[in-house]
Design a protein around this ligand. Sequence first.
Ligand code: FAD
Length: 401
Amino acid sequence: MNAFALSPDQVKLQARARELAAGPISRRAAEVDRSEQYPWDNVELLKDARLIGMTIPTRYGGQGRSWLDAVLAIEALSSACAVTGRIAVETNMGAVSAVMAYGSEEQKKLAADMVLGGDKPAICITEPDAGSDANGMTTRADKRGNRYVVNGRKHWITGGGVSRLHLIFAKVYDENGVFEGIGGFLAIRDETQGLKITKREPTMGLRGIPEAVIDFEEMELPPSALVMPPRGLKKGFADLMTAYNSQRVGAATVALGIAQGAYDLALDWSEKRHQFGRPINEFQGLQWKLADMSIKLSAAQALIYKAAESGRDGFPDMLLAAQAKIFTSENAIQVVNDALQFFGARGYSRDLPIERMARDVRMFTIGGGTAEVLRNVVAGALLKKKLPQTRDGWSSAASQD
Ligand code: FAD
């Protein structure tokens, strides 16, 4: 299934990813889930197949590939193993792309070398009291002489404990305690003192990647660790978050891949399973389900590819990325749920991958911006105004009272 005309090179890339997905990645997926161990073997496979660091510019050792190229690989991998798909997201999009766009030469080299070496960078935004309202974060970086001192707590950080490179968002204060804006700092686990992984979250799905609580205690960083956004620290968070539009497209792609994998299993089973003397796909109730599932998948794919292509000269468009993530995450949950139904009791068994897929896919209306908050993003972009339900909106509404 492809909504777009792909180039011969993209078809080859897709075939390479599909072959890997159908082979070792698919064989290991259940074990990755059961053991809850990060799949380092799969990282090596991705490295060998040149599916990580694809979007890193060639002068830093990457392939300078487009977001759509990355999407094609992520989609194929996620249909077999969502954890591996997520590793492909975070080694091609998100934190690494923020550094590649806005980092200093030194920072770009560091991030490129680490990612091409197999590190999946962690992006640290969310805090126990600042989730959707990320601007409410309390992690702070205080300038003291020739360094920044960071204190605070982040939670639900993907890769915490396995990732080495961290992009950490904090409120920056100058030497007089004056707030300068939200900035992103690079730190390396096991090298930067004061970065502590304090807890692993027990997750419903996607169990092969740890989600962790990270504490920063008097973590000292040189000014060169600050990724300076193009319009300075005042607009820092907004600018750095444009990179997150690529991550959102990536997250939507993982959800699409999972749903596609589940649909393929259901389609196949619908021919094999006989009841009432005929394949179950001869019952109209299931035929219409299959039709609806395929429509949802095609529509999601079209939205994702369009969003990816909108980032040809930079990052994907915020509105298109949000639309793609909302639609795909919600519909992928439904598709996987319908696919499970095709299997009857077997679908409820941990012996089949469909149960894992149902747990894995549930995450995507939450992480990387909830479906509700992204609807605010879409509405705000359509109406071209700050909505009352955003932080700025609340304060301006209050000041008018
Ligand atoms: P809350 O913000 O508390 O929201 C609770 C509910 O209220 C939600 O339904 C939400 O949609 C709704 N809500 C809140 N505000 C509004 C509003 N204005 N309008 C309408 N509805 C609203 N974070 C990172 O920084 N780095 C990571 O690597 C990372 N990885 C993650 C991986 C997983 C598996 C998960 C589940 C989360 C991850 N997160 C990560 C955190 C994620 O980004 C947050 O969970 C998300 O932003 C929502 O924040 P919250 O969980 O605090 O929910």
